[in-house]
Design a protein around this ligand. Structure first.
Ligand SMILES: Nc1ncnc2c1ncn2[C@@H]1O[C@H](COP(=O)(O)OP(=O)(O)OP(=O)(O)O)[C@@H](O)[C@H]1O
Length: 517
């Protein structure tokens, strides 16, 4: 299909009455600001016309490092409709990181927060970027000033399904950031399939409280709502109390596990509060089974956990309704990431490249219309990450059980090989988390003169609990094979996490690197 611009597909799903509310944005003072569907269409048209006026080459990168706002979402839509490539950047990135991304991606336009214009524009102009605009959270900045002079009518630029729509830099929890190139076809196929698999309803209302520089908030959440013509209640930042207060007006919530943990910490969370909700989705990082169970007990809702990544968008999901492919199975099972999504191939292979049987742990490999076109300007790296028969190696280690459910047990880079034996961090962490007084834990591998590598456990105690690292190790010795038992155990206040709630194991590994040298 020549006209495969993702924006056209989203636009086609807007309700007939464009004056209806598309986004209710909750301002910092708690007041609501309402954006209609017409506002999204016209606001993004103005920005698309501004981009068109710059006469950029087709497929130019538009790098965006701004705080979350509805206008920032419009800029994403404007980039799609003008046929350019959206490049969202985490607002936490500092100058060394921005220098890397700008040098690597060579954007034609950079949009940054007004307060960052000084240093960002310096980097950008030195690297030959032609245009630097600002966009503030309070609807200020040169981007909006300039866009205001442009027409609010814009003809969507035709794109083919394999034309690039976005580049998402992986956050680099396992190494240097790589730009995953996602096409209009990748994004649309995934969004259209999730609309069906998650059973989006005509009266759904999404609470959007995730950042929009990442696959979860930008693609899964925004595409989900727009492709269903569903309004969003939009929070620039996640505040448990404010978000929970709106459960009564919404039906769908998407979060990373830490958001659920924070809501559970509020004693007011109960069945009544969540009665109007239809679906709670979790992903981006593994959800502890305790969190899954506690949510069910407190709210009556079974969280739907799904699994995906920047390179592929969504891959597997627990069922939302009975899945005919798996004997009409409808159970959402905690600790698993569910079934392969329709149209997505997910398989488990051993290091020798051979398929593994149900229950055997190996490398998760995937294939489908959602799988990215490769890493930006890294053809060798891209080639390395695909198997000979064209499947993408996710770098995740896991298994599929006899009923078809997938479980992730870790990432291949986090796998610890101790004295020749494989230690899967997720397995050991699950045992540690079950011990009295433990809230959560992380197991990392560090160099060891005899074993090559050994596990070091880092443990966060429950509030008020006294936990002794030595005692933890002793209890593990009675439950686990010796090669799996960590050699040291440290008790800390919290684990280092990135903004998506992922534990940054690289930082922990660096910290304990010299333990045995
Ligand atoms: N439900 C889930 N359970 C367990 N892990 C998950 C789940 N959802 C996502 N993940 C993990 O997140 C990864 C994808 O995250 P993302 O694409 O943001 O990369 P990253 O971790 O931020 O960066 P990098 O790939 O550089 O480490 C998956 O490969 C998987 O390890």
């Amino acid at each position: 299909m020549h006209q495969a611009n993702l924006y056209s597909a989203l636009r086609a799903a807007f309700p007939a009455d464009l004056q209806k509310t598309a986004v209710e944005a909750i301002e910092p003072d708690g007041q609501s600001l309402y954006y209609s569907w017409a506002d999204l269409e016209h606001g993004s048209a103005r920005m698309a016309n501004l981009l068109a006026s710059l006469n950029l080459p087709e497929g130019s990168r538009i790098a965006v490092q701004v705080e979350k706002s509805v206008e920032a979402m419009m800029l994403y839509l404007a980039t799609l409709r003008s046929g350019h490539v959206f490049l969202p950047l985490n607002t936490a990135y500092q100058s060394a990181e921005m220098e890397y991304f700008i040098t690597n991606a060579e954007p034609a336009v950079v949009v940054c927060a007004p307060g960052c214009f000084g240093w960002v524009s310096k980097i950008a102009f030195t690297r030959g970027v032609g245009h630097v605009y600002t966009l503030g959270t309070d609807r200020t900045g040169t981007l909006l000033d300039r866009a205001a002079h442009h027409s609010d009518e814009h003809q969507v630029v035709a794109r083919k399904a394999d034309d690039l729509a976005a580049i998402l830099y992986t956050s680099g929890t396992t190494g240097r950031s790589k730009g995953a190139m996602l096409s209009h076809g990748n994004l649309l196929s995934n969004a259209a399939m999730l609309k069906v698999y998650w059973d989006w309803q005509a009266d759904d209302v999404l609470i959007h409280a995730l950042p929009i520089f990442h696959v979860h908030g930008l693609f899964v959440a925004i595409h989900g709502a727009l492709l269903n013509g569903s309004p969003m209640i939009w929070f620039a930042k996640f505040e448990p109390e404010a978000v929970m207060a709106r459960f009564k007006d919404a039906t769908v919530f998407m979060g990373v596990p830490t958001l659920y943990v924070r809501m559970l910490a509020d004693a007011r969370l109960d069945r009544d509060m969540a009665a109007h909700m239809r679906l709670f989705v979790s992903g981006s990082a593994p959800m502890l089974i305790e969190t899954f169970r506690a949510w069910k007990t407190r709210t009556g809702h079974t969280i739907l956990e799904r699994y995906g990544m920047s390179e592929t968008t969504m891959l597997t999901s627990n069922p939302c309704k009975p899945d005919v492919r798996y004997g009409n199975e409808a159970e959402r099972r905690g600790g698993t990431v569910g079934f392969p999504l329709p149209g997505v191939g997910v398989r488990v292979h051993g290091d020798d490249g051979k398929p593994l049987a149900a229950g055997e742990i190996g490398n998760i490999e995937v294939q489908g219309p959602n799988v990215f076109a490769g890493y930006w300007r890294m053809p060798e790296k891209t080639a390395e990450e695909f198997t000979h028969d064209g499947w993408f190696k996710t770098g995740d280690v896991g298994m599929q059980d006899a009923r078809g459910y997938f479980t992730i047990v870790g990432r291949s880079k986090d796998l610890i090989i101790s004295g020749g034996y494989n230690v899967y961090p997720a397995e050991v962490e699950a045992f540690i988390n079950d011990l009295a007084g433990v809230d959560e834990s992380a197991l990392v591998g560090v160099p060891h003169p005899d074993f090559g590598e050994v596990g070091v456990a880092v443990i966060v105690p429950r509030k008020g609990a006294q936990v002794d690292g030595q005692k933890i190790l002793e209890s593990l010795k009675t439950r686990l094979a010796n090669f799996k038992v960590p050699k040291r155990c440290y008790v800390v206040d919290s684990l280092p996490r990135n903004t998506m709630g992922k534990v940054q194991k690289k930082l922990l590994r660096d910290q304990y690197q010299k333990e045995f040298s």
